[in-house]
Design a protein around this ligand. Structure first.
Ligand code: THU
Length: 159
């Protein structure tokens, strides 16, 4: 038997340490939370994707009374970006969320497993890393590639 350990490089910043591009993307992700349609969970998530030509695409979670038919903010933004700009890479994706009280979450908001899988394939498809920025009022996490959020990931090489 062997014990294997995977370590994930995470950078933690506070808002004051963000670059102008990062601060701008965060603002867009925060604004997107106000366009969430989340009458069931009352949890409002916003995502903003920065494309390699400077375009910013925003998404918010969209729920449905048939619960599994809804979609997370990250996938709303990324699918739209890929549908509208299939040849552009997403260089940075920012996620922010407000809780049931309407306050931004203290902890950085982690994308769900399904979103990680979609982000992972988007990264493979664009042949360049997508940085991910997870906002919380107590700190902002950065990873330099989606693979750091989804180690041991499933991809097309297994098919
Ligand atoms: N949600 C997102 O949009 N992104 C996340 O990272 C976590 C969860 C949404 C799905 C659902 O509409 C609500 O938040 C509560 O789970």
């Amino acid at each position: 038997m062997k014990q294997l350990t995977i370590t994930i490089p995470l950078v933690k910043k506070d808002e004051a340490e963000l670059t102008p591009d990062e601060a701008n993307l965060l603002e867009k992700a925060k604004q997107a939370t106000y366009r969430s349609y989340s009458p069931y969970s009352h949890f409002s998530v916003g995502a903003a994707a920065l494309l390699d030509d400077g375009t910013i695409i925003e998404g918010a979670n969209q729920e449905n009374c048939a619960y599994p038919s809804g979609l997370c903010a990250e996938r709303t933004a990324v699918f739209y970006a890929n549908a509208q700009y299939p040849d552009r890479a997403i260089t940075l994706l920012c996620v922010a969320a407000r809780d049931t009280e309407g306050n931004f979450t203290p902890r950085p908001i982690p994308p769900c497993g399904g979103c990680r899988q979609v982000l992972s394939e988007t990264e493979d498809r664009q042949h360049q890393p997508m940085r991910v920025m997870l906002y919380g009022t107590e700190g902002i996490y950065f990873v330099n590639t989606v693979k750091d959020l989804l180690p041991i990931h499933f991809d097309t090489t297994y098919l």
